[in-house]
Design a protein around this ligand. Structure first.
Ligand code: 5AD
Ligand code: SF4
Length: 450
């Protein structure tokens, strides 16, 4: 790359919030190394592709995209494949796409500056051997794309080895950051004007402070007590490690959002056992009962897989009865797909595609009615929202409630638009299965521009 012009990079990101936040850290690292981010592949000297391999034919999609890059190799561009597919496919990426310069999994990102030097010198770099590391990727240079709400990683990797899941293979073993370092980052964010923080990890509940200063619930509380922080969320939770002190913390401190995403995956104890989830339906429901007996109304959401190998009709029906018993506000639903390296890959993918599609549809239909009924309970309530954006076509302001629900609201004619990132109150005037509609609360009129 010539040193006359600023080195440029483009990055495309797929996958979960962890991946999205990894990209924010990768961008920060690249900028710190003198690179400038551009918005198109055409303008870039270096093209980063941060991949996800959680479901479906992820590998194929990656190789298709790399084929598109092939045409651009003559323009002197360099290509970097990072993230979960990079870790999973490893050197195979170089074989199939020899014009790629860097293949690295997330456990190696702390070595990015070194790897960048290698590829600038024209050699290939790999970061594939770090999954057993005890280190995390910490950088002061995170390029957060939203100035009001931001992620903080508290734990990387996963040691749970659920039968369907690639994460332990792609992201490596569990390793937690010290609570001091997490709190330091949260305080710096609060000083920079952030008010909404989301603590991230594949399994935040198994957080273990390396210096043994704080449990997960204590860390949550400490972040929520930082001056200036108004909302703290966390994701993702694992029922096995989800303890009652987390619910008590939420109940005690209003800055901790009244929402818990607690993926159940199935309502059948037999299916859960075959998924290696390490809890039964009853144990899951016990955790739900803690939340239901809290003083605050805690919104619950979940992830569910249908068509896991061997799932019978009556086991599927147990999932239907579970979602009714819990009364989730919303769920993410997936058809089981076999993933490389996972324990379930050796089992017959026994539920036909059409049957998986049918179960998914039934599940979503049942959930839609539960969501509709839950959302309807908000009618007439005054809720605090963080302003996230505007929808000029509808003349509405887009807001998010503490329970993570979208509340689109209107403001009186001539009233100044509340600023993005500010908090206002809105009265719910209409409810839909997945969102709320309302008007700026009269009492909030004066505070709207704060
Ligand atoms: N097939 C289908 N869904 C999966 N998930 C994870 N692995 C698979 C798979 N092999 C779902 C789980 C998880 C969510 C992030 O993705 O529900 O909670
Ligand atoms: Fe996808 Fe899982 Fe990797 Fe996130 S951790 S990017 S969901 S495979």
């Amino acid at each position: 790359m010539d040193s006359e012009h600023t080195k440029t990079f483009f990055i495309e990101t797929f996958g979960c919030q962890m991946n999205f936040h990894d990209s924010e850290k990768v961008i920060g690292t690249l900028v710190q190394q003198g690179y400038h981010q551009v918005q198109t592949v055409e303008e870039a000297d270096l093209v980063f592709y941060n991949t996800c391999s959680i479901r479906d034919k992820a590998e194929q999609k990656v190789f298709n995209r790399l084929n598109e890059y092939k045409k651009l190799q003559n323009q002197g561009k360099k290509f970097a494949v990072i993230g979960c597919v990079a870790q999973q496919e490893g050197e195979k990426i170089f074989e199939k796409a020899p014009y790629v310069s860097l293949v690295a999994g997330s456990a190696s990102y702390r070595n990015l500056p070194k790897m960048l030097v290698q590829i600038e010198q024209g050699s290939r770099a790999t970061g594939l051997d770090d999954r057993q590391t005890d280190e995390t990727f910490e950088t002061e240079f995170t390029a957060r794309s939203n100035p009001h709400r931001g992620y903080i990683t508290i734990i990387e990797g996963c040691d749970k080895f659920c039968a369907y899941c690639v994460v332990p293979y792609t992201r490596g073993k569990e390793r937690s950051r010290t609570s001091d370092s997490v709190l330091g980052e949260a305080r710096r964010m609060a000083d920079a004007g952030y008010t909404d923080i989301q603590l991230l990890g594949q399994n935040v509940n198994s957080y273990k402070d390396p210096l043994a200063r704080k449990s997960f619930a204590e860390l949550l509380t400490a972040v929520g007590e930082i001056n200036g922080i108004r909302r703290v969320r966390f994701t993702t939770s694992h029922p096995r490690d989800f303890t009652k002190d987390i619910v008590d913390a939420i109940d005690a401190l209003p800055t901790l959002c009244d929402h818990v995403h607690l993926p159940v995956q199935s309502g059948s104890t037999a299916v859960l056992a075959s998924m290696y989830r390490e809890y039964s339906r009853e144990q899951y429901l016990e955790r739900v009962s803690w939340m239901k007996s809290a003083r605050r109304h805690i919104s619950m959401t979940s992830d569910i897989i249908v068509g896991f190998p061997g799932e019978t009709e009556s086991e599927f029906e147990e999932t239907l009865s579970l979602i009714q018993e819990v009364g989730y506000d919303s769920i993410f639903t997936f058809k089981y797909s076999p993933r490389p390296n996972t324990p379930a890959i050796d089992r017959e993918d026994s539920i036909p595609e059409e049957e998986k599609t049918r179960r998914l549809q039934v599940l979503n239909d049942v959930q839609r009615e539960i969501s509709r009924a839950n959302y309807a309970k908000h009618l007439g309530q005054t809720l605090e929202v963080m302003v996230e954006g505007y929808n000029p076509a509808r003349g509405q302001i887009i807001g998010r409630t503490s329970q993570n629900k979208t509340l689109n609201f209107s403001i009186p004619d001539g009233h100044p638009q509340p600023k993005i990132g500010s908090y206002v109150e809105a009265v719910v005037t209409k409810t839909l299965p997945n969102s709320l509609v309302g008007e700026l609360a009269a009492s909030a009129n004066s505070a709207a521009a704060d």
